[in-house]
Ligand binder design. Structure first.
Ligand code: ATP
Length: 363
């Protein structure tokens, strides 16, 4: 059978385990030899005990766990050609020519580069006598399928990334808890949520928690936001509301591109309205905990589709990313999506917020 390896890279997210499980089981079901690569690209470069064959039961009892049980890492070595040579050799030694990578846009960019270089890496390994001419020929094509694991929902081409829904659940649970105590003491709470370049978590959590105000990266508030904020909060209190909730994304900015922090918002409220105002930074709680049903199913579907894509790949098939489009798991050219994601980041850096939103919205 064909050799497939699955690994997770970059930041972890809930639902990655469901995807790993699906890759392993679909692969075995289709007669492949499936391997885990532990600790992301670092494990691929280091080889040895980091690359282990998986069996049906090695992915039992992981679907309900957050994070990634096979470990993730950032890896400097893989950014260098020498590191990628080592990685290629480790894969060839085990007959692996199919990769399922679960990670963010950086990890997927690395995978694409690896695929582009594969042929020349093999030539060099052959010239150095590290692989045989038979191996050079037999393993000449590297197929790649990517899945996007990210709680931020910050990748172009897919409606949802693996982990976003669970992170939202975590935020909503925390906000609900804060609301009951805020009610008792008539307090105002500012919740800082994740999302450095993408406002999805902040906007959706604001909508679902009945927040009074939200600050997010793609939509910097008007210059007089301090006045607008205070007016809005005062109106709510006058109308009989006993508390106020404000959501601030960690990447929130003003129209000059300067950060708007939760602490800054707190000061504005205290100085102008003298409300009892507290800040809660949710932090890594958002990444942890068990994955939601949605993320488990998303991971399962995407993992299974990734294996199908690899099995159907021809020599000239470009690496794909498995995306959710409506309720459909589809395959899109990996680099198109990565390039669009990078274009969004660039538009944001240039303060072209509307362009950024437009670019992200296009499927
Ligand atoms: P997150 O969104 O959670 O940050 P990510 O996949 O974007 O996830 P990165 O830190 O950008 O995270 O990338 C993870 C790893 O992928 C890097 O540590 C590196 O090993 C590899 N990688 C990223 N970009 C490249 C590249 N251009 N060339 C080679 N390898 C890369």
């Amino acid at each position: 059978g064909k050799g497939i390896a699955v690994f997770t890279s970059g930041g972890d997210s809930q639902g990655m385990n469901a995807a790993v499980r699906a890759v392993v089981r679909m692969g075995i079901y289709l007669g492949c030899k499936v391997y885990f690569i532990k600790e992301g690209y670092q494990g691929m470069v280091d080889g040895g005990i980091n690359i282990v064959e998986a069996n049906w039961s090695s992915v039992s009892s992981i679907i309900h766990l957050g994070g990634t049980v096979i470990g993730s890492a950032r890896c400097q070595d893989f950014r260098e050609r020498v590191g990628r040579m080592k990685a290629a050799k480790n894969l060839i030694n085990r007959g692996i020519t199919n990769l399922v990578i679960i990670g963010g846009d950086g990890s997927l960019t690395g995978a694409n580069l690896f695929r582009q270089e594969w042929s020349s890496l093999l030539d060099e390994l052959l010239a150095n006598g590290e692989i045989t001419p038979e191996q050079r020929n037999k393993y000449r094509v590297l197929n790649i399928a990517g899945l996007v694991g990210s709680i931020d929902n910050d990748f172009c081409g897919t409606d949802m990334t693996i982990g976003t829904d669970s992170a939202l659940h975590r935020i909503i649970e925390a906000t609900d808890a804060i609301i009951s105590t805020a009610y008792s003491h008539q307090r105002t709470f500012i919740m800082e949520v994740m999302g450095r370049h993408c406002g999805y978590l902040s906007v959706v959590s604001a909508l679902t928690s009945e927040a009074d105000f939200v600050f997010c990266p793609e939509s910097p508030p008007p210059e007089d936001w301090e006045k607008r904020l205070c007016t809005k909060l005062e109106q709510e209190r006058t109308a009989g509301q006993r508390l106020n909730i404000i959501i601030v994304a960690e990447g929130a900015i003003d129209r000059e591109g300067k950060a708007i922090t939760a602490e800054q918002v707190r000061k504005v409220i205290v100085e102008n309205l003298h409300q009892d105002t507290r800040v809660t930074v949710l932090g890594h709680v958002q990444r942890g905990g068990s994955p939601s049903a949605f993320d488990r199913i998303l991971g399962c579907r995407m993992g299974a589709e990734a294996v199908m894509a690899l099995m159907e790949a021809k020599e000239d098939t470009v690496p794909c990313v498995i995306s959710l489009d409506g309720n459909q798991a589809i395959r899109l050219p990996l680099m198109d999506c990565v390039k669009r994601t990078q274009a969004v980041a660039k538009a944001m850096a240039n303060k072209q917020w509307e362009d950024a939103v437009d670019l992200r919205g296009k499927s």
